[in-house]
Design a protein around this ligand. Structure first.
Ligand code: FES
Ligand SMILES: [Fe+2]
Length: 339
């Protein structure tokens, strides 16, 4: 099956600025895809395998007509994947078009190239992109790095609040950590939304400023300024599966103020430090792929990550194990002992 564990969804595949005249090869869920721009500059996405002899089309070049020419024998493919030219052979068009590279639905929105990971490409579901990426008045800053981890572990880290005062105790979690005593309690509030879920939390009965959204399947939004505030400041992150052990973390920092000034850029540096703190622990996680919830002990503050995990196992994971209830509490073998 193509795109195993990540089929039938929209995901960012590259930053728009990465895609210029040359074709770009990206791997999504172990499937090699070539991105290029057609004659009008519109993005195109093909499975990166020439139908003639299977070589990577991404090693080829884009012709002045906006077709992608294979590096091996020069066969040319349009953005729709149809073969438009076979050199050295006089073939009628209908025969030539039998050589067809598989085209994937693709869009360019919010400074990113989005690809649909489907084989049912005729009618993909609508693409959902968070508002800050499409509405006027936002300054966007794009940044990407690759982590050595499975995307499910990275995604769960992004939806996880209770790690902030511990892992980030020297940076963004410092204030929260000072308020925490050994008797402190955090309460999670998880609301399903049309695009995923909204996550808020209380610390000792007081609502914290942390507000997160999950944008199905692999997106997260962190509201640094709350949604009701006049000015907007949000971090959008997508955990894009490359293969079983690599994830491309694609960040779009969005704000309605500040522009591209040095202070904003300083803040972006700070972002990278925080991201480094997360990367370090996520890359150390075993097993690599997030396991069935019955295999790890979970507590009430894990509710958001468990909600994600249920979606992953019920919808994306090929085994499709039905997980109706949030499986909270210790796994069976710990139930009778004292930890
Ligand atoms: S392998 Fe691509 S043209 Fe022959
Ligand atoms: Fe973090």
């Amino acid at each position: 099956m193509m795109f195993a564990g990540f089929a039938g969804v929209w995901t960012p595949a590259a930053m728009a600025r990465e895609l210029r005249q040359k074709p770009v090869s990206v791997t999504i869920a172990a499937e090699r895809i070539v991105l290029f721009r057609g004659a009008q500059g519109q993005p195109a996405a093909l499975i990166d395998r020439c139908p003639h002899r299977g070589v990577a089309l991404s090693l080829g070049a884009v012709t002045p007509e906006g077709a992608l020419a294979c590096p091996f024998h020069g066969w040319e493919y349009g953005p729709d994947g149809l073969c438009s030219h076979i050199p050295l052979n006089d073939l009628p068009a209908d025969k030539r078009r039998r050589a067809k590279a598989m085209a994937l639905p693709v869009r360019e929105v919010g400074g990113m190239i989005w690809v649909y990971t489907g084989t049912d490409v005729a009618a993909p579901p609508p693409l959902h992109v968070p508002g800050a990426l499409t509405e006027p008045g936002w300054v966007l800053w794009h940044y990407a790095e690759t982590w050595d981890c499975h995307w499910t572990r990275a995604m769960e880290n992004m939806l996880d609040m209770p790690h902030v005062p511990y892992l980030h105790r020297r940076t963004i979690g410092r204030g929260m950590r000072r308020r925490i005593t050994r008797d402190s309690r955090m309460t999670m509030h998880v609301e399903p939304t049309e695009y995923g879920m909204a996550i808020r939390n209380d610390l000792d009965g007081v609502r914290t400023s942390g507000f997160l959204e999950w944008h199905r399947p692999n997106g997260m939004a962190l509201y640094i300024l709350p949604p009701e505030s006049k000015r907007g400041f949000r971090q959008h992150m997508w955990c894009v599966p490359v293969d079983e052990i690599h994830t491309r973390m694609m960040l779009v920092s969005a704000r309605t103020f500040g522009g591209d000034n040095p202070i904003s850029r300083l803040f972006d540096q700070f972002n990278r430090i925080i991201l480094g703190e997360d990367r370090n622990v996520v890359q150390s996680t075993l097993p690599k792929v997030c396991p069935h919830p019955s295999e790890e002990m979970s507590v009430a503050t894990d509710a958001p990550t468990l909600a994600f995990r249920r979606y992953y196992f019920n919808t994306l994971h090929e085994s499709r194990w039905p997980l109706a209830e949030p499986p909270l509490g210790p796994p069976a073998e710990h139930r009778h002992g004292t930890p």
